[in-house]
Design a protein around this ligand. Structure first.
Ligand code: M7G
Length: 341
């Protein structure tokens, strides 16, 4: 990894940065100028046919540095399945074949119902490329000792930059997307649509609660002193989602990731029917279970052995490999399909 790329991964205090909101990102890149017509695709680093998502590495014309473009076919919105949406006169239909009562067609609906969700990361670091690449994944069981000896030193040395989190908390970006804002410095949080969600398709609802308190890296740090915060996120989060999206708590999956990608405490809220990436047993910890565990034992998450998935291309894999906790395997996975973890 180049030094320049590495710098982007290191946590820096937000006060040391000058941010021009909506004009430039923290790297001085004009965000509005990134247009797909200027993207030169170089390599498909992931193609997931289950989630209908591809990630392409490339460059923007006249710009230096690597860019990642993630394209995802949107889920169907039920309110568009009518004569003003898919079944309107503008829909073009071509026939593949017809056989007795069976017919196969391709249709080209009007563009308004046919968008492709697009995420651009520019400039992307080596760590972003690793995160978005198709690769072998392993599970390791992290004892408290392994956390102290291997994981913690690794995340202190190398982690994704948290500037986007501070921008949201300080009212600088994504403010028009905020669903709920509790300003209390101690137990407050911001609830807003996750990057992975378009913010409108209820079928794929995905919100993120970002706590205001700094310095809580992950689940590992939680103890009874955080219970008021966790309960507030649970109660206010579910109330707002019921009011705004008409989804009751019983249809919400509310959870932490372990390990997270971003070490500033946040909680994921997704629609139970939606199989979002990262909902699987090896990564998701339900908020209700976390609260219950801490209520039973104040330092549960400092005492527990916690499994987590570890990507073979990630630097932390090398750390665990060197210590004999996991073994690399040769792989031709680039030619196969994976379910996102
Ligand atoms: P995580 O568990 O740390 O990482 O969750 P992972 O789920 O990617 O493994 C962080 C969450 O923050 C993810 O669900 C991201 O999609 C979301 N996220 C990341 N970024 C950079 C942004 C952002 O700029 N805005 C918003 N709204 N969400 C983001």
């Amino acid at each position: 990894m180049s030094d320049a790329a590495h710098q982007n991964d290191v946590l820096e205090p937000p006060s040391s940065k000058k941010i021009k909101i909506d004009q430039q990102n923290e790297n001085g890149v004009s965000v509005k100028q990134l247009e797909l017509k200027d993207f030169i695709a170089e390599k498909v680093i992931k193609n997931n046919t289950n989630t209908k998502t591809v990630c392409i590495e490339g460059k923007f014309r006249d710009k230096t540095g690597v860019a990642l473009v993630v394209l995802e076919k949107n889920a169907f919105k039920e309110e568009e399945l009518n004569d003003t949406g898919y079944f309107c006169p503008e829909t073009v239909q071509e026939t593949y074949f017809q056989n007795d009562i069976y017919g196969n067609y391709v249709c080209f609906p009007k563009s308004a119902v046919n968008g492709v969700k697009t995420t651009i990361i520019y400039p992307a670091t080596e760590k972003h490329i690793v995160k978005y690449s198709q690769q072998e994944v392993h599970i390791v069981v992290e004892t408290p000792e392994l956390y102290e000896k291997l994981t913690l030193p690794h995340i202190e040395k190398e982690q994704f930059n948290l500037q986007w989190v501070y921008n949201i908390l300080e009212g600088k970006t994504e403010q028009d997307r905020i669903v709920h804002n509790n300003p209390c410095e101690q137990d407050g949080f911001v609830l807003l649509p996750d990057l992975k969600w378009d913010g409108v398709t209820k079928e794929t609802l995905y919100l993120l609660a970002i706590v205001r308190r700094r310095g809580i890296k992950s689940l590992r740090d939680l103890n009874a002193s955080h219970l008021p915060l966790l309960k507030r996120v649970r109660d206010e989060g579910k109330k707002k989602i019921l009011e705004k999206y008409n989804l009751p708590e019983s249809q919400l999956r509310i959870y932490f990731h372990y390990q997270p990608s971003f070490y500033h405490l946040h909680i994921h809220f997704t629609y139970l029917r939606h199989e979002a990436p990262g909902i699987y047993a090896e990564k998701a910890h339900l908020l209700s279970t976390v609260i219950n565990n801490i209520e039973m034992m104040n330092n549960y998450y400092q005492k527990a052995s916690l499994p987590f998935t570890i990507k073979q291309m990630d630097n932390i894999f090398k750390v665990y490999e060197t210590n004999g906790c996991v073994q690399r395997i040769d792989s031709n996975i680039e030619n196969t399909e994976l379910i996102d973890k």
